[in-house]
Design a protein around this ligand. Structure first.
Ligand SMILES: *Cc1c(COP(=O)(O)O)cnc(C)c1O
Length: 383
């Protein structure tokens, strides 16, 4: 594999013993990623793709392609280039409804992309100025059918109503493209029934629009198993989806597509941060925070798993409730969650946050000059 030659360790203790990393470090377990890919490939009846935005690391793209993923969901020209470079054989679905003409031209002419999502008539007209209508090009209409009870909602930003989708599907078909449908129930969706509700709506849209649906993309949203999650296991989701497809489409279902981001990459990476300062009032100041790898932990109600290292030894003992601050000089740089940590945690210890593969590496900033992030391959990480 052309993966960069990251140092590889058996476990976190071996990494700390060798490197004592003083910068924030992402610990990537290849085996755990391969297992997640197999869970989707085996459990889901249809095409498994990966939403690149959740973690655009080159090794992740490469390993998922090696696990047999045949397509990726991309949202920008840079993501297209990344997929082309690390999964050259893979197809791409350009499923960001918001595009510029320059980006559509790049997708079409430079990357040969044949699948584009829209949720508005203006976007269809925009595509038609660049891509001549042909049934080889799929226009996927993104619709919404109610908010999931427990999820991080995308519905307020994207998705046309059911009636709007019928109208758009007819226009797509009349123009000469191939019409299909997609939705996204919202991220970390702990409400399994949201998928069923949207699949039923997709059936109604196709019938009322008078189109034969070739493909139905049910998006991402599958939950990761954070300690704070009350979601059932993924198998339950796959079973309910299979039943809903059968119920809605009978013996003639569309090809189903899934595009997990979070659930694919959350468990494969843990985050090793160092304590820079500890003070009375049970506060620890770490070397990364809300402007870096912990950005999503700042604004999502998720709680990662944690363990504390003193050198290469786990720090155990009575715990206390701590507030975690990041390293920048901005008072926004503090986490809202309270973390139970060993009471005598001190400067130079490390906190390993487990389940940190999604929306962490993807959204780091260099704010206040804290730009360094390290990457290691570690077989046995905190889950
Ligand atoms: C973000 C996104 C995904 C992945 O969502 P997760 O909740 O991380 O699974 C899938 N599809 C589209 C179009 C997205 O924007």
């Amino acid at each position: 594999m052309a993966t960069p030659p990251y140092r590889r360790y058996a476990d976190t203790a071996a990494l700390i013993a060798d490197m004592a990393p003083d910068h924030p470090a992402f610990l990537f377990s290849e085996q755990v990623l391969r297992e997640a890919a197999r869970t989707f490939e085996k459990g889901f009846d249809g095409l498994v793709t990966y939403a690149v935005k959740a973690n655009p690391s080159d090794h992740i793209i490469e390993i998922l392609a090696d696990e047999g993923l045949k397509a990726f969901d991309v949202a920008s020209v840079n993501e297209m280039a990344l997929v082309r470079r690390f999964a050259p054989e893979a197809g791409m679905h350009y499923n960001n409804p918001i595009k510029s003409k320059r980006e559509i031209a790049a997708a079409w002419h430079d990357f040969g992309i044949k699948s584009y999502a829209i949720d508005n008539l203006a976007q269809l007209e925009q595509i038609a100025t660049i891509i001549p209508p042909t049934t080889d090009v799929e226009i996927t209409i993104r619709f919404k059918a109610g908010k999931a009870r427990k999820s991080y909602d995308f519905g307020t930003k994207f998705g046309v109503s059911e009636t709007g989708a019928i109208d758009l599907a007819q226009k797509v078909q009349a123009m000469g493209y191939s019409a299909s449908l997609c939705f996204h129930v919202g991220s970390q969706c702990e409400d399994v029934n949201a998928y069923e509700r949207h699949i039923a709506a997709a059936g109604r849209i196709a019938t009322k629009a008078g189109i034969v649906l070739k493909r139905l993309n049910i998006g991402g949203g599958f939950p990761a198993s954070y300690p704070s999650s009350s979601a059932p296991p993924l198998k339950k989701y796959f079973d309910l989806i299979r039943k809903a497809v059968k119920k809605t489409f009978g013996d003639n279902p569309p090809e189903m597509i899934v595009e997990p981001g979070r659930a694919m990459v959350t468990p494969c990476t843990s985050l090793l941060l160092r304590v820079k300062h500890q003070r009375a009032g049970l506060s620890v100041y770490l070397n990364d925070g809300a402007y870096g790898a912990l950005m999503e932990v700042k604004f999502m109600p998720i709680l990662p798993s944690v363990r504390v290292w003193r050198g290469a030894e786990l720090l155990e003992g009575p715990t206390a409730p701590f507030t975690i601050f990041g390293p920048t000089c901005d008072s926004y740089d503090v986490l809202p969650q309270i973390f139970e940590l060993p009471a005598d945690i001190a400067e130079d210890d490390w906190i390993e946050f487990g389940l940190m593969g999604a929306y962490t590496q993807a959204s780091v900033t260099a704010f206040n000059g804290f730009s360094e992030r390290l990457q290691f391959f570690v077989d046995d990480i905190l889950l």
